[in-house]
Design a protein around this ligand. Sequence first.
Ligand SMILES: [Zn+2]
Length: 156
Amino acid sequence: MSEILLDKFLDVFNRDILPLTYKGVDLGNKIFGAAIMKKEDYSLVVADTNNEIENPLWHGEMHTLKKFYEINKEMRPDEKNCIFLSSHEPCSLCLSAITFSGFDNFYYLFPYESTSDEFNIPHDLNIYRIHLIKLKKRTLIYQINISHQKKKILYL
Ligand SMILES: [Zn+2]
């Protein structure tokens, strides 16, 4: 990452995301925010913040995507020509939304561990732990099924 891009990220974070986040937190929302910038000149397209008091799906990234798609299609830059900046490592919902929307990148300032340890919001790590356990169980079930099929084959 270039030094210019890093400076631009910090500018957008301090100038655009943080003031919105302060207001949102005062209303009872969480701390997460995001911005979409043009790749060509790093100019801001849209920034927004968590708005879970209105809708539990309006995570900072989701709400920023909502605002992005409210821009008239003729005026809105193509997703592939944009940078997605998130204050925190996106959760599984936001990660999917960013990807399915067509963005080919995303950057964040705070990883899951910081979100959990410094901001006392452990949900991301908890979700991954739960899914990892389920994935292991599904793998185990799958292996059992394979064994069962082999038994069937043996008895034919
Ligand atoms: Zn999220």
